[in-house]
Design a protein around this ligand. Structure first.
Ligand SMILES: Cc1cc2nc3c(=O)[nH]c(=O)nc-3n(C[C@H](O)[C@H](O)[C@H](O)COP(=O)(O)O)c2cc1C
Length: 324
């Protein structure tokens, strides 16, 4: 179902009805906002910011995130609206002229989300509500976004990152900036996957108790309780290829592993360090996360307590056997 229009509310003067419609005529849904609720929503949409509107029943709320707005309503199924569409239609309804701001990246509450509208060259033309701005992908926007302030720890030379990366088991307590977390997650999403089916899932652990439980599930390795903890799981059910199950399982293991490796490299490029955890009790991790998906690794990320030089490796010619 798609959010389609805003109409006057019959029951509440100065409120409105938000209407969703499905493909079939008989499929529709409506959310009624009273004057105060509509006003709070307008305040958020007018400012192009993320925010939450608490509805008067005290349990329902509207969470305006930068790309999607979620309606969590009492005795009602969850509804979603494209924030851009909602903003356009609600502001038109209340007759507030609005120039949409385009690419805008801010820290997110739940998952990376940004205003993914392309900055259009100023043509002098006024914004017309009928014209839908082009959307670059969320991923591209996060990857290409730059922090407001220059960060000297950031390194974009991939070979320099390879040459200097070193695992850490002692993290500084410093919080990781949310834009860095966004970039790490986005980098993981750019990893190749078998058939591009993305046979993996990443659990981003924010909860302190869950992190502590993961320490226990990872052979009591204390550094698993790190500022940023990502659990990479295999999801072979996504790999829609006609191969035997063991191949699909292997593909999903490789998908999850590669994504973790991309995240690890991205973290290093952002001035962070990490430790890859392969020693884990799969069943315990599954129970902690409440998932049937098998975990392949946990990536623990943070600022290193101390910067150390990279570890040595065997000689390249021992690693590589050339077949001529
Ligand atoms: C598959 C795999 C499993 C690993 N499992 C653990 C682990 O359970 N605990 C740990 O402390 N380090 C673990 N590590 C980290 C390695 O010990 C570390 O990467 C290695 O010593 C090389 O150091 P470097 O990353 O600084 O180059 C693992 C690394 C990989 C690739």
């Amino acid at each position: 179902m798609e959010f389609t229009k805003v109409e006057p509310a019959y029951t509440s003067k100065d409120g409105c009805r938000l209407i969703w419609e499905g493909k079939n005529d008989d499929e529709s849904d409506t959310v009624i906002l009273n004057k105060k609720e509509l006003k709070s929503l307008v305040e958020i949409l007018k400012k192009d910011i993320a925010g939450r509107v608490h509805l008067e029943d005290m349990t329902s709320s509207i969470l305006v995130n930068s790309d999607v707005t979620q309606f969590t309503l009492q005795d009602h199924r969850q509804l979603e609206a494209d924030t851009f569409e909602l903003q356009k239609k609600v502001l038109e309804f209340v007759k507030i002229p609005h120039e949409p701001k385009y690419v805008y990246v801010s820290s997110k509450e739940f998952y990376p989300s940004v205003w993914v509208r392309k900055e259009k060259k100023q043509t002098g033309k006024k914004f017309s509500p009928k014209r839908t701005p082009q959307k670059p992908s969320l991923l591209q926007t996060i990857l290409s976004s730059k922090p407001e302030k220059k960060d000297k720890s950031v390194n974009t030379d991939v070979f320099k990152i390879f040459a200097t990366r070193r695992s850490t088991r002692k993290f500084d307590k410093a919080k990781i900036e949310s834009w860095k977390i966004d970039k790490i997650l986005a980098a993981a999403d750019t990893a190749p996957t078998a058939g591009n089916f993305q046979g993996l899932k990443i659990f981003y652990i924010k909860n302190k108790t869950t992190k502590e439980a993961l320490v226990e599930a990872a052979n009591k390795q204390p550094y698993v309780n790190a500022p940023l903890v990502l659990v990479f799981c295999m999801d072979p059910s996504r790999v829609n290829l006609k191969f035997p199950q063991d191949i699909l399982d292997k593909f999903s293991l490789q998908d999850a592993t590669l994504a973790a490796a991309y995240a690890q490299i991205a973290a290093a490029g952002l001035g962070l360090s990490s430790i890859w955890i392969g020693m884990l009790d799969e069943k315990k991790v599954q129970t902690i996360l409440g998932t049937d998906l098998r975990p392949s690794s946990i990536l623990c990320i943070g600022y290193p307590d101390k910067k150390k030089p990279p570890k040595s490796r065997r000689k390249l010619k021992e690693l590589i056997e050339v077949i001529e």
